[in-house]
Ligand binder design. Structure first.
Ligand code: FE
Length: 256
């Protein structure tokens, strides 16, 4: 079932939190998103093959998938974009992904040349028109992938943050907004300490995020941060986090 993150009658943002089967506890819970502006639609983080059918059926109530204009991938991971081939075959959509990954993406397809439908986002980001709005592809490199983008929607003021802000939660808890930030840290910290590259990068991102007008931060796994106070708690937390290469020591590099 879709969760409505925003709806002003013309512009709608939907989140799908329950597409990874509850029984599939061998696979990480993940979130897919649909942004619709009038007659125009974009799927953000379309996911892998195990969620494809569920997403297709769930989104059918809101948008005719064949008319999708874009699918967006924050980075190259399987839970983000392994379903690329299915979307390429069944729709005329174009794929938005960092220019670092455009020549890796075809390995998720059957090898047909889709070059003219793959848009490589330059490092500095770009604006992409969707109906009467312009979605912003915001740089978030090394958070966690080398070429990594988030999507800022200026109508809903939602930042779709990819793997930044992720929490590893049971399905039932993932669809509800974070209410107690301090206790929520337990579900974020392990992932962020290992997957995020370094505190230097977290600080660059925090400085950028503070300049933006963000009402919600919505990550690709787990729960979202709703309202300026909660958004600011997250920005403050990530700004101070020691992670990735900050924490690695020579002990972790010894041949077994
Ligand atoms: Fe990832």
């Amino acid at each position: 079932m879709a969760v409505e993150l925003f709806n002003n009658g013309r512009h709608v943002c939907l989140a799908f939190y329950d597409l990874v089967d509850e029984a599939s506890d061998h696979a990480v819970q993940c979130n897919q998103f649909l942004v619709v502006d009038g007659e125009h639609g974009a799927l953000l983080e379309p996911g892998g093959n195990m969620t494809y059918n569920g997403l297709l059926m769930s989104m059918a109530r809101y948008f005719y998938s064949r008319d999708l204009e874009y699918i967006f991938a924050s980075h190259q991971d399987p839970d983000i974009i392994a379903s690329a081939n299915k979307w390429m075959v069944t729709t005329n959509c174009r794929v938005l992904i960092s220019k670092l990954w455009t020549r890796f993406l075809p390995h998720f397809t059957t090898g047909r040349n889709y070059t003219d439908r793959i848009i490589g986002i330059p490092d500095e980001g770009m604006a992409v028109p969707l109906g009467s709005c312009k979605l912003k592809m915001v740089p978030a490199h090394f958070l966690h992938s080398e070429g990594n983008f988030q999507v800022y929607d200026p109508i809903s003021k939602i930042l779709f943050s990819g793997d930044l802000g992720v929490s590893l939660l049971a399905h039932a808890d993932a669809s509800k907004p974070v209410t107690d930030f301090d206790s929520h840290i337990d579900y974020m910290i392990g992932f962020h300490r290992r997957y995020m590259i370094s505190n230097k990068i977290c600080r660059f991102w925090a400085n950028m995020a503070r300049q933006m007008d963000i009402e919600q931060i919505v990550p690709q796994h787990g729960a979202r941060f709703v309202g300026k106070a909660m958004v600011n708690r997250f920005i403050d937390w990530i700004e101070d986090l020691q992670c990735g290469v900050d924490l690695m020591t020579q002990d972790q590099y010894r041949a077994p």
